[in-house]
Write a protein that binds this ligand. Structure first.
Ligand code: SAH
Ligand code: SF4
Length: 394
């Protein structure tokens, strides 16, 4: 985090402490509107604009836009930082027009439709989940609060039509003109950049004005972070990436399981649910021949029945998107459905996610990882884990 990041609670005061209060309010109002380039803050004196410009990270630049689903899904590669901090991160805009039935796992679609932005909190990720493109990249650096929330404000400007052709093809009819939902499901593990994630949630919920219910934080299972998120006392939606029904397999698929095994993770998840009253989503990436047999579905069903209150959890089955470093793929549709049916026998609400934007390297990190792998970098962590798991399941 830079010394005075204007998106943090005390950041604007630190930057503009010598200015009259109304100046601070003017800047806060610009930022909340999505304007993050001080040069565009037309009611500020030039000297103040320059001071802000020098203190703030450079505004993110759109390096690439890829579209799918007839323009309803737009994946954007954004520049973050400069010099030796220069990175690229991915954000995805998913539009759900009013008539759409393809819901993104949150509450029902309002009459005006939904515009959900999936944001990154880290460049790369240190968690090493072998199926994940971001995990295959490894950790590069933490994003700042500004870098995290500006992914949302860029999309806000895109929706408002302010980016022109930089934002891709014209928006489909009926698209909302503002961001309605934010999911922390892009590159990186949000709870491994905890202070930044909590500050970003605070800004999105406060100045930016999103309801807590329309914000979802997805975690691989960092228990101390779940407890800190709970302490915010906001009904933020929690999504927990499970991916395996037992510790043995999860130790390999989600290595942080060796530190926070399933019983501990599910206890923290249950506490979160009871404290916030929010139903929790469990994400489960379906990998053919690895975690999708009907016996594994039964083990998952029993695990959730044992640890979670009836009717309080939702399982989101995600057919695996292929990634560069492992030979894995999603099982056939019939096997996906058979897995879902087993969960259904215990009344566990289950959806199979229609992956958005398959043709544009949809899982976050893939655009970047494909680019990295194409440049000849090897991703050895993933290969080792894949071999271990294949050896055990074959
Ligand atoms: N680090 C967090 C949030 C980012 S990943 C987490 O792991 O929850 C967001 C979701 O995408 C996770 O559920 C993750 O398991 C899933 N994902 C990662 N790689 C994927 C792939 N190749 N195919 C499908 N989903 C994937
Ligand atoms: Fe990191 Fe999430 Fe990918 Fe695991 S699935 S490597 S935690 S981004």
């Amino acid at each position: 985090m830079t010394a005075a990041d204007p998106y943090t609670a005390g950041g604007l005061d630190a930057l503009l402490g010598d200015q009259p209060r109304y100046r601070r309010d003017q800047v806060a109002a610009w930022l909340a509107k999505g304007v993050d380039d001080p040069q565009a803050m037309t009611n500020l004196p030039t000297a103040l604009r320059e001071r802000l410009g020098a203190a703030m990270d450079d505004p993110p630049r759109i390096l690439q836009v890829s579209e799918a689903d007839g323009g309803l899904t737009r994946k954007v590669l954004l520049s973050c930082g400069s010099g030796d901090r220069a990175e690229a991160v991915e954000s995805v805009l998913m539009l759900y027009p009013p008539s759409s039935e393809r819901l993104a796992g949150a509450d029902s679609t309002p009459p005006s439709g939904r515009a959900t932005v999936c944001i990154s909190t880290q460049a790369g990720c240190a968690m090493g989940c072998p199926f994940c493109a971001t995990g295959q990249i490894g950790f590069r650096r933490q994003l700042t609060v500004g870098e995290t929330v500006r992914q949302v404000t860029v999309m806000q400007r895109l929706l408002a039509g302010e980016l022109g052709a930089d934002g891709g093809t014209p928006l489909p009819d009926g698209a909302p003109d503002h961001v309605t939902n934010v999911v922390f499901m892009g590159m990186g593990e949000p709870l491994a950049n905890l202070d930044v994630t909590l500050e970003a949630v605070r800004w999105l919920h406060g100045p930016f004005g999103l309801s807590a219910r329309s914000i979802t934080v997805s975690t691989v299972g960092l228990v101390p972070g779940i407890r800190r998120l709970q302490a915010l006392d906001l009904p933020i939606t929690l999504a927990v990436s499970l991916h395996a029904p037992d510790d043995d397999l999860r130790d390999d698929l989600v290595p942080i399981n060796r530190t926070h095994p399933l019983a501990e993770l599910l206890a923290a998840t249950r506490d979160y649910l009871e404290a916030t009253g929010r139903r929790v989503t469990f994400e489960y990436v379906m990998i053919d021949g690895v975690n999708t047999s009907t016996a594994q579905a039964a083990t998952l069903r029993d695990l959730l029945t044992r640890h979670m209150p009836a009717g309080a959890s939702h399982v989101n089955l995600i057919p695996m998107n292929p990634t560069p470093a492992v030979p894995w793929h999603a099982p056939p549709i019939a096997a996906q459905q058979a897995f879902a049916d087993v969960l259904g026998t215990a009344g566990i609400s289950t959806t199979i996610r229609a992956n958005r934007g398959d043709e544009i390297d949809a899982a976050c990190g893939q655009l970047y990882a494909n680019y990295t792998a194409a440049s000849g970098r090897t991703l050895p962590v993933a290969v080792g884990a894949a071999e271990r798991i294949s050896g055990r399941t074959s």
